[in-house]
Write a protein that binds this ligand. Sequence first.
Ligand code: HEC
Length: 466
Amino acid sequence: MINRLKVKAFSTIVLLLQVSSGFPQEPVDLDYDYFKDEVQPIFLAKRDGNVRCVQCHSRSSNFRIQALEDHQLFFTEEQTLMNFESASQFVLPGGDPLASRFLTHPLASEAGGDPFHGGGKHFASQYDPEWRVMADWVAGAKKRREPSSVQVRIVQTNAASDTSTIIDPVTNSVIGKITDIEIPHGIVGAPDGSQLYITNESMHSLDIVDSRTLRVKRRIPLSGRPNNVAVTGDGSRVYVAIMEMPGTIDVIDVTSMKKIKSIPVEGAIHNVYVTPDSKYAVGGSIQTRTINVIDIASNELVWTLEMSSGIRPMIFNTNPDGSTKNIFVQLSGFHGFAVVDFASRAEIARIEHPPALGQKAHYDGLQGAPAHGLGVSPDGKTLWSTSKVYSTVYIHSLPDLVEVGQVFVGQHPEWVTFTPDGKTAYIGAAGDHVTYAVDVATMKTVARIPVGQVPKRLASVYMAVD
Ligand code: HEC
């Protein structure tokens, strides 16, 4: 509290100076929460070819950023206050942005920045989305500016890499990448397009990525090594599969950016999903062969089902009222999928994929999962199941489960997603470092998009643009 008052008093002095130096301004307060959640992440972000601001400014220099301790993923409240106070000394609140050293020092000189910064130039232009976040804070912003648009994107995580690739589904070209997450596993997007959630296997965190800056905005510590991730339809909660025994699914509250519960379940969890009606979170365990169903209203485990072998990817279809009808589930060592009736909580059918026409079988590096990757098309009419053995996606009609097509989709296809309009399916071909785009109506490949090393999970998301 005392610190806050000091900062306020300080800003007032700056304002007086400002007025007397010939820049008459409306009085502007620097917003603390905006600084904490939007500006501070910029000090921790890794930009290609740059050193993170915190690396240098936690040591010497006048502008001081508090250092993070080992395993600390974000600044504490006390550190935030000190950072706020220090940064405030290098800005002219509400004034010409090019009169603030905080903004001109890291900005390229050609773009209006200072001629020299001992830390190099981090922002090439005043349109850089991170620079704008900082400039808006100086201008007195209390929240982020409205995006100019929100676009559909396909985000492919690359499991043997420190990048995730962003694809524009209109042109099927790569339009960006998310860096600084080593071993990214699962990916889902906030329904409003503001941010993405990527599980980070190397740091045991859920990383929140800002859709506009493409930088990690926050890393939330988890109770163990994560695998896949899911988000509720209203965007308020994120469920994270923890791949460690005895078994946990972590629940993250998006508003507070905190883990609010670790739900005990029966076994280490590989994939977690939210059912299409957002009533249940469903996790699968390879080790204990169980499907674990959590009631989202209470965040309690409500039922489990043990299958014949480990639970791999799952997907759902719905009844006319939107409730969950079936869980389709791939299993360890089984080349196909099983069908579970959600209401009676029992397996009711099993479909084994035949050899694919014209394809040779191969069994190298299957990692126990000959079939890994399931999707239901948005119109609910087809089920897509990928086979690593035959480098093929098998397409079945719903609800009758008759095979209606096979498409070659490269070495080790691992995951399926669809554009929201249902026109195109995207499949990560882990062995080819390529994402396949398949036209749903004609069942023909329309693009092979080069991505990063070992692309597995991918998702169709909305992303805001500055
Ligand atoms: C490689 C080390 C390094 C990095 C990274 C770095 N800086 Fe600096 N910064 C310096 C040094 C050294 C100075 C003092 C010399 C000068 O004025 O350039 C400085 C000066 C500044 C100043 C002027 C106040 C002062 O401390 O003298 C500001 C403001 C500043 N840096 C902001 C930033 C921001 C924001 C970032 C990240 C976007 C950043 N710096 C990254 C080394 C670094």
